[in-house]
Write a protein that binds this ligand. Structure first.
Ligand SMILES: [Cu+2]
Length: 146
């Protein structure tokens, strides 16, 4: 590419600093600046997109509510999004006892007899918390704290 520079006179240049070194260094500088710019642009867009989408609609079908109903051996809705430390009511509409128990131990209703309502306190630390019924462990759900 820049090989025709070899025909130029170089008697004024010291032998330790040929012009090709300067060219390659300058090109590396441009590459580094371009990469840094791309990284900062990527970080900026990824940092702003969740906030923008949160104002329009909850993500991935999560329902923003502080109430969970147990009916027909299932939690409804199966995924909810709540504020940190929110009080979440749990109503058991079945005739048998269920529990709503965090798989990490973050919260539990304990035994919740049919026809009754109890409350749990959502964790204060944002995150995704899965739970299940301790009696019927195929009954699962998720609370998203954000
Ligand atoms: Cu159950």
């Amino acid at each position: 590419m820049s090989m025709n520079h070899s025909t130029a006179p170089n008697q004024t240049l010291p032998p330790t600093a040929p012009p090709t070194v300067h060219v390659s260094r300058r090109r590396w500088g441009v590459v580094v600046v371009g990469v840094a710019l791309a990284i900062s642009l990527t970080a900026c867009s990824s940092g702003s997109s969740p906030g923008a989408s949160a104002t329009t609609a909850p993500s991935s079908g999560a329902v923003s509510t502080d109430a969970i109903t147990i009916q027909n051996f299932a939690f409804h809705p199966s995924t909810i999004t709540v504020k940190p430390g929110a009080s979440v009511s749990v109503t058991n509409k079945d005739s048998v006892t269920h529990t709503l128990t965090s798989t990490s131990g973050a919260f539990t209703t304990g035994n919740l007899p049919g026809g009754q309502t109890m409350h749990i306190t959502a964790p204060t630390k944002p995150g995704t918390y899965t739970y299940r019924c301790n009696i019927h462990q195929y009954m699962t759900g998720t609370i998203v704290v954000s």
